[in-house]
Write a protein that binds this ligand. Structure first.
Ligand code: COA
Length: 202
């Protein structure tokens, strides 16, 4: 695993009742969210620009953020896979999320979804977080394929997946219906084989 691809420097199973995975990268820690993150979550989920291309609506009250955190934790239990809080290593505070939108154990595949607070855009942080998530998906979960789709009006999201080593597989017309309209999406994916192969490059 190489630092350049943003893969985890350490992937460890913490000993504790929750057995939550925590991953550290050069600048980030990915850890299980907790209800105490609600205020930090609300601080960026109330931003219409952050919520524009995600499936959830802009949070208007901290209750929305608490509900979303409960949903994330319930999904983590149901899927048997982590949706992580993205946190700067120096503060440990939640500035974004990344995890499976859906996970198909039969075919060992998932779709990744993510969000990031606006003050942190444009610094390569999401690419770093996605690299770490791919390491978790392939090594921690034993998945074979990770895919991600993005609204074509939001090219930064596709660029993040490209930079993380995912391959563009095509475009799907009106694949999503959200925020009152259909959206064309671009599909990116990476298989375990392709990920391992990239990892062996200098
Ligand atoms: C999309 C998003 C997650 C990217 O996170 P980020 O940490 O800023 O991403 P990175 O800095 O790692 O990379 C962003 C890349 O997109 C590029 N980019 C930004 N705006 C772009 C645009 N309008 N068109 C094309 N590329 C764009 C950047 O130049 C950068 O690529 P580069 O390193 O080759 O220059 C973040 O901007 C965000 O949260 N947006 C709003 C919510 C969202 O869209 N969530 C994802 C839904 S799928």
């Amino acid at each position: 695993m190489t630092q350049a691809r943003g893969l985890p420097q350490c992937l460890e199973r913490l000993i504790g009742p929750e057995k939550a995975a925590a991953i550290t990268t050069r600048r980030l820690m990915l850890r299980r969210p907790r209800m105490a993150d609600a205020a930090d979550f609300f601080a960026f989920a109330r931003d219409d620009e952050v919520a524009r291309y995600v499936m959830w609506d802009t949070h208007t009250h901290i209750r929305d953020s608490r509900r979303a955190l409960r949903g994330i934790l319930a999904r983590t239990r149901a899927q048997g896979a982590e949706t992580f809080a993205i946190c700067p290593r120096d503060t440990g505070r939640l500035i974004g999320t990344i995890g499976p939108v859906w996970l198909d154990w039969d075919n060992r595949a998932c779709e990744v979804g993510f969000s990031l607070a606006r003050p942190y855009w444009g610094q390569g942080l999401l690419t770093e977080a996605l690299g770490a998530f791919l390491g978790y998906a392939f090594q921690g979960l034993g998945l074979n394929r990770v895919e991600g789709q993005y609204d074509l009006r939001n090219p930064a999201s596709g660029r993040v997946m490209e930079k993380a080593g995912m391959a563009r597989e095509g475009e799907l017309r009106q694949r999503l219906h959200y925020k009152g309209q259909y959206a064309d999406v671009g599909l990116y994916a990476i298989t375990h084989d392709a990920w391992r192969h990239q990892g062996s490059k200098p």
